[in-house]
Design a protein around this ligand. Structure first.
Ligand SMILES: Nc1ncnc2c1ncn2[C@@H]1O[C@H](COP(=O)(O)OP(=O)(O)O)[C@@H](O)[C@H]1O
Ligand SMILES: O=C(O)C1=C[C@@H](OP(=O)(O)O)[C@@H](O)[C@H](O)C1
Ligand SMILES: [Mg+2]
Length: 172
């Protein structure tokens, strides 16, 4: 069955937009991070703390495949790193997958993440200056993977409703 997959950097709005697009299209959504948290009964922070990032990436890969193979139609909000590990970007080429990159500028990401970093272990302990530099470099490294998406929607200066409408338009 069909999967609409939202990808992009931390803070671009994958989780928020997946939920709202789900209401608009009347297709159920799954946030991959929440799916992982429910499966192992640990928060993302706890997984990183107790088991480390490599363990998280393995789980992320296995559960992404499990979701893609399910017999339901789903909108899936990925984690920011999902397409960048374990060849997950290759999974975006599957026939039943429509992938959308939610593209945000460094400023947009920084502004959305600065008050919102405690549940994101990669940036949780950074000060604001470190965070801005980290986002800039990390986004540059990851863009290669994000650009494998079938569609690209720019989310800067767009409300949640406008971004949902933009996605509906590219999917039409
Ligand atoms: N126009 C917008 N679209 C999506 N998210 C927004 C928007 N404006 C502010 N946000 C906020 O940005 C933050 C990051 O969104 P989130 O959905 O968690 O991103 P992601 O899952 O990509 O990391 C949230 O606090 C969300 O409410
Ligand atoms: O970019 C990343 O590597 C990560 C992004 C997070 O998801 P969001 O993009 O929803 O914050 C979460 O999967 C984990 O903290 C790692
Ligand atoms: Mg998210």
């Amino acid at each position: 069955m069909k999967k609409i997959v939202l990808l992009g950097y931390m803070g671009c709005g994958k989780s928020t937009i997946a939920q709202n697009l789900s209401k608009n299209k009347n297709i159920p959504f799954v946030d991959l991070d929440e799916f992982i948290e429910k499966r192992v009964k640990l928060s993302i922070n706890e997984i990183f703390e107790k088991h480390g990032e490599i363990y998280f990436r393995k789980l992320e890969h296995e559960l992404f495949i499990e979701l893609l193979q399910s017999s339901e139609n789903y909108i899936i909000g990925l984690g920011g790193g999902t397409p960048c590990y374990a060849n997950n970007h290759e999974l975006l080429k599957r026939d039943n997958v429509t992938s959308v990159y939610l593209k945000a500028s460094i400023d947009t990401l920084y502004n959305r993440l600065k008050g919102n970093k405690s549940n994101r272990p990669l940036i949780a302990n950074m000060n604001e200056e470190e965070m801005k530099e980290f986002i800039a470099k990390h986004l540059f490294d990851r863009s290669f993977y994000y650009n494998h998406a079938k569609h690209k929607v720019t989310v800067d200066n767009r409300t949640v409703e406008e971004t949902v409408a933009d996605i509906v338009a590219v999917l039409a």
